[in-house]
Write a protein that binds this ligand. Structure first.
Ligand SMILES: [Zn+2]
Ligand SMILES: [Zn+2]
Length: 174
């Protein structure tokens, strides 16, 4: 997800360039590639290149209730400033702001969106992923995925207790 911004760095403040993004990256770092798609607008500011855009990606998640794998659409509203590290004409190094995690444009004027997209995607991940809102989860007794139908455990396990209870009730009634 690299964009050469040499031309834009030479352009006047306020100049913009639009880019279509369509790139496969490994978001979670676990070797699973996700296709990231969308549009970004790059704008030259007095000190940086401001990147704004909306990107989408499908990630494979594990449902926290039934442990099934499912695809989840993540939407990211990107807005980040990228600071040049070298003057576009002279190549002289430019000091970047002393901010933790601030993004930079490399010495060859390449702006790489990958790390920002990865960070935005990770922030967009649900805390408790669910394959669907009403996921039935797993049976605590036999472990069957109850989204695929009932397993019969609940009836069996509840039976003895109800039997005891009704016996007690009968005895009290005597
Ligand atoms: Zn589920
Ligand atoms: Zn069961």
């Amino acid at each position: 997800m690299q964009i050469n911004v040499a031309q834009l760095l030479r352009a006047s403040i306020g100049s913009v360039r639009d880019y279509e993004i369509k790139k496969v990256i490994d978001i979670t770092g676990d070797g699973v590639d996700s296709l990231v798609q969308g549009k970004v607008r790059l704008m030259r500011t007095n000190r940086s290149i401001l990147v704004r855009g909306t990107l989408e990606t499908d990630v494979e998640l594990t449902c926290s209730r039934c442990l099934g794998q499912f695809k989840c659409l993540l939407k990211m509203n990107l807005e980040e400033e990228y600071y040049p590290t070298a003057d576009v004409d002279t190549g002289v190094a430019i000091a970047v702001p002393d901010e933790p995690g601030c993004f930079t444009i490399d010495q060859n004027h390449i702006l790489d969106l990958t790390e920002a997209v990865r960070q935005y995607a990770l922030l967009a991940l649900p805390m408790k992923p669910l394959c669907k809102e009403n996921c039935a989860g797993l049976c605590p007794f036999c472990g069957q995925n109850l989204n695929r139908g009932p397993c019969g455990c609940l009836v069996k396990s509840a039976d003895p207790r109800w039997a005891e209870l009704s016996k007690l009730k009968k005895e009290k009634g005597k």
